[in-house]
Design a protein around this ligand. Structure first.
Ligand code: GRF
Length: 321
């Protein structure tokens, strides 16, 4: 199994979601491990549970500190723990923009409503008062706006005719304890999911000027130029010609560059069957260290080799200066 993703959980209180995540992480095939539980309240009961489970804890009160300074302290503790993801579990603090930016796409939150409905507090009563038939919980990525980032998963919980906020909250909490560990597991494993990888490549390839997608022998490919005369500059490969790896095929300047790449980093690059003779290189995308900016650079370089002159002419001139 690939190395487990390292998780820091931030709490403010009882930490029942934290507990659900800790227990889920005990399963040997869980793709994450909890390396830190951090808290802004030194007396939070969740801390004691984490300690009893032999998880490193960090408690620091936010009192008399600016938001930015406090978030810096938290960020340092998280970084020291080696965590790659921050998971908010009842962490009752508004986060500074700087902190959110540092953990962009690597920070999740759970919220007790079916977002985008009922952001903020008092979600249960608001759902009951609105006469909703269902309430629920959502796991979402954290962005600068409160409870606003892209939703990763939700669970609906029926509202009973005689429900009150307390009873509804109790049932939603049960749903939260199921949803959070499962969603986190899926999220940290996304880099090994071929569909997710394909989506990343597609977005980047189609962002280049005058490109379109066309399948070639069952593999998605991207062409520069018109539908009629366009030329391929990239292909997505999944077990292509028996190669058991997810990769991106792009053009190099020729056989010398191709050989040099494989020589320098044989884990990342390989010579694709059939395409290899004409100087294409395959970049592996499922080895757990994909640098997506690097992938964008490859797509751009390859696009430039086949794109119509009228598109590349200005870039060529600019490059001379
Ligand atoms: C949960 O209801 C969660 O949805 C919200 O805060 C509460 C935390 O509860 N974000 P716990 O500390 O995990 O028990």
């Amino acid at each position: 199994m690939a190395e487990k993703a390292k998780i820091a959980i931030l709490i403010s209180g009882r930490g029942s979601n934290m507990a659900a995540l800790i227990y889920a992480a005990k399963s040997h095939d869980c793709p994450y491990e909890i390396v830190l539980v951090a808290c802004n309240d030194c007396d939070a009961s969740g801390l004691k549970l984490a300690e009893a489970e032999a998880i490193t804890t960090f408690a620091h009160s936010h009192k008399s500190m600016s938001r930015e300074d406090y978030d810096d302290v938290m960020h340092d503790a998280i970084t020291r723990s080696g965590a790659e993801y921050v998971v908010l579990a009842g962490y009752m603090r508004i986060l500074s923009d700087g902190f959110v930016r540092k953990w962009a796409n690597h920070m999740l939150n759970i919220h007790p409503s079916l977002l985008p409905k009922y952001k903020g507090l008092d979600t249960y009563q608001r759902a009951i008062d609105a006469g909703d038939k269902v309430a629920g919980c959502s796991v979402h990525l954290v962005t600068a706006e409160l409870d606003d980032g892209p939703v990763l998963a939700q669970t609906e919980v029926a509202i009973l005719p005689d429900d009150n906020a307390e009873r509804l909250a109790r049932r939603i909490l049960i749903a939260e304890h199921q949803l959070y560990p499962a969603t986190l597991a899926k999220y940290v494993s996304r880099e090994a999911d071929p569909d997710w990888i394909l989506e990343q490549v597609r977005e980047r390839a189609l962002a280049l000027a005058e490109t379109h997608e066309r399948e070639s022998f069952g593999s998605p490919g991207w062409r520069a130029g018109s539908e009629k005369t366009g030329k391929y500059f990239a292909y997505f490969t999944q077990k292509l010609h028996g190669e058991a790896s997810v990769g991106l095929l792009v053009k190099t300047s020729g056989l010398d560059e191709q050989a040099a790449l494989v020589d320098a980093d044989p884990e990342l690059y390989y010579i694709p069957k059939f395409f290899g003779k004409s100087g294409w290189i395959a970049v592996r995308l499922n080895i757990g260290r994909t640098d997506w900016d690097h992938v964008s650079d490859w797509l751009y370089k390859s696009w430039r080799m086949v794109a119509p002159k009228r598109l590349t002419k200005m870039i060529d001139i600019a490059d001379q200066f």
